[in-house]
Design a protein around this ligand. Structure first.
Ligand code: WTA
Length: 708
């Protein structure tokens, strides 16, 4: 594989294919430069102009765009379209239906298993969203209340999101891979009184009992003082509980012809086509409490199919999305309505160069920000047809991605480097056997893409015809902030290239001074706001100000290091805090440590990042046992189980080793730098003169697991 890299790098520029320019929203570098200059020099005028494409119930009554990023001048704040009112679900649905797009497919659903599939048009989606808004209202929810959503990648996930947005309820989606503890922690922090979930889901050949996890989480919330948690449960596992009426498809999806007509005797309710095919049904012995548990399909059958949107102030909260914090406590990142809407929509349109006939596929789960902005909101706000994919890249076979690309003739494809790397190892034949001629633009997100993976993606998936947009951004930024534009930016494999409109990056040195020469390395920060930037950490504005604006007053600190080359291109070098990026998911080492320490035999634990060929990074834990406890195979499984229970399977460390002592400074600080070296078996430890006891290092080298 390395032959791909030799001779082509470094320094090779990949220019945009000329045919893209003809129809592109941003054709060529001159247009990009002109628009960029306008966006950072006259941000208010630039964004006000973009905002005109959207529907506003009432116009702005104050400044169109202003912000303060400097704690010394007052509270950190960003205001967009001050005093205007709008609704994001109206802009994503009603606006398109009113323009005649009602029959256009909004989402194609491709299930975990072959044959599980369906489609929903814009007008059907509007109806389903309206119905679910009415269900939320029936559950007593009002504007400003919070709802937790813990669903797999089924259409009810975007429906639930949009239904919240329609009535001003703040959604807090929790990725379906999180444990009951993590779900409860997020529900408690967000004071969510309603939880939308499903009975279960297959992910590849693993079954996940979502309802059981939801029940556990609700019980934990109760134990921590929550009054009740109403659960609204999608019946995804069948057998289909509903009875077909007149053979019509009154429901969400057109199923795949499986016989759903039997029902389970729960009474007649309008048909909702379930789409987990019969052979994948699972008889669940679900604990059911009529006092608090509602079936989704039963409730939507009781309500009206229309629901007027609640007109929201531009700066009203839209959603919370929790991201790991370096201290271990997750942060509820708060986004508001108008700025997020305009930014998600414009980045989607420009970065994927959206065209009306696109079939767009972002493989991310809507439990992460990528799914929020680029599965749900960005595409719908543009009237696009998108794919909601429930499965995983390697199930049933490692050609699933390319099979789906061929099946739906996908034009724009957006995935993570970890997925590319995990597929590369199966060889290019499985890509080549599928027709990829529909593809026009490829995207990458979540972590730096190594040039080898970039070139493989470019050559074998994109047939050297498709530009790759390597999009750098964060939960906090709402949308892409550093990214190529496909018909403008010459690409350098591994670089997220240049800033998006309105984004003004800078590189700071250790002392917080801006480095002016292009060629440099340091902390990546942003000097001014863009509409989509987060507004706060839910319930803790001080923490927000300290974390993002405290280290370098006047700047938004990303927490990432970067290099800038002589052409002004940005190259992300990775996190500068104690966060680890595993398969594109940010994990906090502190959070994993606190899970390990809950084991009764453990006295101390230190977790560090460790290079991993597919995941990019993984975690490596050093564990000190209490006197009288031994560290053995069983301890390792118990520790892994702890992390699985406290956070989720995706956070389980790849390596755990016995650490009778940890390398500490005389003041007692763990020297993680030394631990990272030990984990790699690298004896070039650098200066260890501050170590209190240097013998521990030798012991740790001896105890390294043989497979590390
Ligand atoms: C990393 C995901 C390099 C980075 C959208 C950032 C990237 C963190 C890239 C945010 C990229 C994301 N190149 N690194 N193209 N995209 N990152 O909040 O460390 O889950 O700070 O948002 O992912 O992760 P988050």
């Amino acid at each position: 594989m390395s032959s791909l890299v030799d001779g082509e790098l470094p320094g090779t520029l990949f220019h945009p294919p000329p045919h893209l320019e003809r129809t592109a929203h941003v054709p060529g570098m001159d247009t990009y430069r002109r628009m960029y200059a306008e966006s950072v020099e006259h941000p208010e005028a630039f964004w006000a102009n973009i905002a005109q494409e959207f529907f506003w119930k009432t116009p702005a009554t104050g400044p169109l765009f202003n912000w303060n990023f400097d704690v010394r001048k007052g509270p950190i704040a960003t205001n967009f379209m001050t005093g205007a009112t709008t609704n994001i679900s109206y802009n994503a649905l009603d606006r398109h239906v009113a323009c005649g797009l009602g029959d256009k497919t909004a989402f194609i659903w491709e299930g975990n298993n072959h044959g599980d599939e369906g489609k929903i048009t814009y007008s059907q989606l509007l109806e389903e969203v309206s119905k679910f808004s009415n269900v939320l209202k029936a559950a007593g929810l009002e504007k400003g209340d919070r709802v937790a959503i813990y669903l797999p990648m089924i259409l009810e996930l975007p429906i639930a999101i949009l239904a919240c947005a329609r009535i001003g309820v703040v959604h807090s989606v929790v990725f379906g891979g999180f444990s009951a503890d993590s779900l409860a922690e997020r529900m408690l922090d967000g004071k969510c009184s309603v939880l939308v979930t499903a009975d279960g889901v297959w992910r590849g050949d693993k079954f996940i009992d979502l309802k059981k996890i939801a029940d556990e989480a609700a019980a934990k919330c109760l134990a921590h003082g929550h009054k009740t948690t109403r659960k609204i449960v999608v019946k995804h596992m069948g057998p289909c509980p509903v009875t077909q009426q007149n053979g019509t498809t009154n429901g969400v999806l057109n199923g795949n012809g499986h016989d759903h007509a039997k029902g389970d005797g729960r009474g007649k309710v309008p048909r909702v086509d379930r789409y987990c095919s019969k052979k994948h049904h699972k008889e669940l012995i679900t604990q059911w409490d009529d006092q608090v548990d509602w079936w989704w399909h039963e409730e939507v059958a009781k309500v009206e199919a229309t629901c007027p949107p609640v007109w929201m102030d531009s700066e009203d909260p839209l959603f919370l999305l929790y991201t790991s914090g370096s201290t271990g406590k997750p942060k509820g990142i708060l986004h508001t309505v108008a700025g997020y809407m305009v930014y998600a929509a414009l980045t989607f349109k420009c970065v994927f160069d959206y065209q009306d006939d696109d079939v767009y596929w972002c493989t991310a789960d809507a439990g992460w920000i990528t799914g929020h902005s680029y599965v749900v909101y960005g595409p719908l706000l543009n009237g696009a047809t998108g794919i909601v994919f429930e499965g995983i890249p390697t199930y049933p076979q490692p050609d699933r991605f390319w099979e789906v690309v061929e099946k739906y003739r996908v034009t724009k494809f957006y995935t993570a480097p970890t997925a590319i790397r995990s597929l590369m190892k199966f060889g290019e034949e499985i890509v080549l056997k599928h027709d990829r001629s529909s593809l026009k633009i490829l995207g990458s997100v979540g972590e730096p893409i190594n040039p080898e993976a970039w070139l493989w993606y470019h050559k074998y998936v994109g047939e050297e015809r498709c530009p790759i947009v390597d999009t750098f951004w964060q939960t906090e930024t709402g949308g892409h902030v550093l990214t190529p534009l496909p018909a403008a930016t010459p690409l350098k494999p591994g670089s997220a290239t240049l800033p998006f409109f309105g984004v003004l990056p800078a590189v700071l040195d250790e002392d917080g001074h801006e480095i002016s020469q292009p060629d440099c390395e340091g902390y990546l920060v942003f000097k001014q706001a863009w509409p989509g930037v987060m507004r706060s950490i839910y319930g803790d504005h001080k923490r927000y100000e300290n974390l993002y604006f405290g280290k370098f007053p006047g700047y938004y600190t990303t927490g990432d290091g970067c290099k800038r080359d002589k052409d002004g291109y940005y190259w992300i070098t990775g996190r500068i805090d104690d966060m680890v990026n595993v398969s594109g998911h940010l994990l906090s080492t502190a959070e994993i440590e606190s899970a390990l320490i809950e084991h009764p035999g453990v006295s101390e634990a230190a977790v560090v990042s460790h290079p991993h060929p597919i995941k990019g990074e993984c975690t490596y834990g050093f564990v000190t046992m209490k006197v009288g406890h031994v560290f053995n195979k069983q301890t390792v499984s118990e520790l892994k189980l702890k992390v699985r229970e406290k956070i989720g399977a995706f956070a389980v460390p790849d390596f755990l080793q016995d650490a009778p002592g940890l390398p500490k400074t005389r003041s007692g600080k763990i020297m993680r730098r030394v631990l990272r070296k030990i984990a790699c078996g690298d004896r070039a430890l650098g200066d260890i003169s501050t170590l209190a006891d240097s013998d521990v290092v030798e012991t740790l080298f001896k105890l390294r697991p043989s497979n590390a």
